[in-house]
Design a protein around this ligand. Structure first.
Ligand code: ATP
Length: 442
């Protein structure tokens, strides 16, 4: 398969099975915006839960918050986003297509021209990626506001609120999951680069001087989450150190976690930056407030340094789907399986009567009702049992419970395992406990 074909396979699977739809599709869609269907929202919620558990719940030194998408516009002046959050872009004078200047490569003859029509390009100019809006009824300069391009500033401006209300001592972190918006010049590669997306970010405040060590620790912690919690194959991940010229204006050192995407090669899925004391100092100055930590042992008020792991949920979603997608031959038949870790699977258990039959259906429905309070389940009695197993394999359901004619006598069912395809017979009365043991909570 070519990379284009493999990408098309995913987009089609995602649509066909209710993972991801184009936003406002009936109107032709909207570039860079996507909707998540019934299975997509489950996978997305499971990713977020896994991150929150690992980053907040299981740690004594991190707390969570949720801040508003639109903030006082002075936040974005202080953070540097109004001045510097921009990408260079060029337009084609002929076909009018727009490109990021960094995406334009010279052709075989070393000439620079439009990649689509070979037309002449305009000079490069900077384009700010923040979406602008207006607050209140009057659309003038005084009412301009921005949709946040990152969630991080919500943590910085709440530094003091969290510090005092939670009585935290350094080092400690503030985490948030929420929507961010970037008016990307060239959104694309499905949900890889969107204009509206969700981020999971954490600002970890540390004593200056301990920042480099904490940075290394967080790189390791985050890499472990990708491989252990999400089950992404190690050989498809790598760390990439930002060279000096690529560092953001606030960063002393940034290391990306890159995934080997079939359509783009190794590309960023998470960035782990040492933001120094840049943001807190910038807000101190702009807001005229002290944002400090009183260090009792030394009696000094200090501005902490910040280590920030920042990632996008949507890009992570794509990574998981690609990495878990397997096509294999079983008894001369092709089967497509999403080998998702069970805690990520949208549906944990499918209940399938052997066939659509008036004797089996009520029993199968009773089994379904028994399991529904415990797990995300699906009931399916359409078409042959083999086809139904394949359908569940394709969406990554770890277990199928089959109700057959013997069930009517022995009140037992079979549990089929997605990966090994083995079947175990279990009494219905034990079923919730047996499955609970197999399916750890998210
Ligand atoms: P890129 O270089 O791909 O534009 P970035 O370096 O600007 O990304 P960060 O500002 O470090 O990205 O954002 C942190 C994370 O947020 C990224 O690792 C990515 O997972 C996610 N992210 C950033 N921009 C987008 C986008 N337009 N669509 C989807 N996810 C995004």
């Amino acid at each position: 398969m070519t990379d284009k074909q493999s990408m098309d396979t995913f987009v089609s699977l995602c649509k066909r099975r209710g993972f991801v739809f184009q936003s406002s599709e009936i109107y032709g869609g909207l570039g860079g915006f996507w909707d998540y269907g019934p299975l997509g929202v489950e996978l997305k919620n499971n990713i977020k839960r896994s991150w929150w558990r690992n980053t907040v719940q299981e740690r004594a030194d991190v707390v969570g918050i949720e801040t508003s998408i639109i903030m006082n516009p002075r936040v974005w002046e202080a953070s540097g986003h109004v001045q510097t959050f921009a990408d260079p872009m060029v337009d084609c004078k002929k076909c009018k297509h727009r490109f990021r200047t960094d995406d334009i490569k010279p052709n075989d003859k070393g000439e620079i021209s439009c990649p689509d029509c070979s037309g002449e390009l305009t000079d490069s100019r900077m384009f700010n990626l923040m979406f602008k809006t207006f607050i209140g009824p009057v659309a003038d300069d005084a009412s301009v506001a921005y949709l946040r391009p990152e969630t991080a500033q919500g943590m910085f401006v709440n530094f003091e609120n969290v510090l005092t209300t939670m009585r935290k001592k350094l080092p400690f972190g503030i985490a948030q999951i929420g929507r961010s918006f970037r008016n990307e010049i060239t959104p694309g590669n499905f949900i890889f680069r969107d204009r509206e997306f969700e981020q999971m970010e954490m600002e970890f405040f540390v004593m200056p001087g301990t920042d480099e060590e904490w940075h290394d620790r967080w790189i390791e912690t985050r890499m472990n989450w990708w491989t252990e919690d999400l089950g992404i194959r190690k050989e498809n991940l790598q760390l990439r150190e930002h060279p000096e010229e690529e560092l953001s204006h606030y960063s002393k050192r940034t290391v990306d976690i890159d995934y080997n995407f079939p359509f783009a090669g190794f590309s960023e899925v998470e960035g782990i930056a040492n933001r120094t004391d840049f943001d807190l100092k910038a807000h101190e100055e702009a807001a005229g407030r002290t944002l400090r930590y009183f260090d009792e042992p030394s009696g000094e008020s200090i501005v902490p340094y910040v280590i920030e792991p920042a990632m996008g949920v949507d890009r992570c979603f794509l990574t998981i789907l690609i990495d878990s997608y397997v096509e294999e031959e079983v008894k001369d038949e092709k089967r497509t399986v999403l080998r998702l870790k069970p805690h990520l699977a949208p549906i944990k258990v499918a209940v399938l009567p052997l066939s659509r039959n008036e004797k089996l259906t009520p029993t199968a429905q009773r089994v379904h009702e028994l399991l529904r309070p415990h797990f995300m389940t699906q009931f399916d009695d359409a078409q042959s049992i083999g086809r139904r197993y394949r359908r569940q394999d394709e969406i990554g359901t770890p277990y199928c419970v089959t109700v057959d004619f013997d069930t009517l006598d022995d009140d037992a069912v079979t549990i089929r395992d997605r990966d090994t395809m083995t079947q175990d017979r279990v009494p219905v009365s034990n079923l919730p406990d047996v499955l609970r043991e197999k399916l750890p909570p998210v």
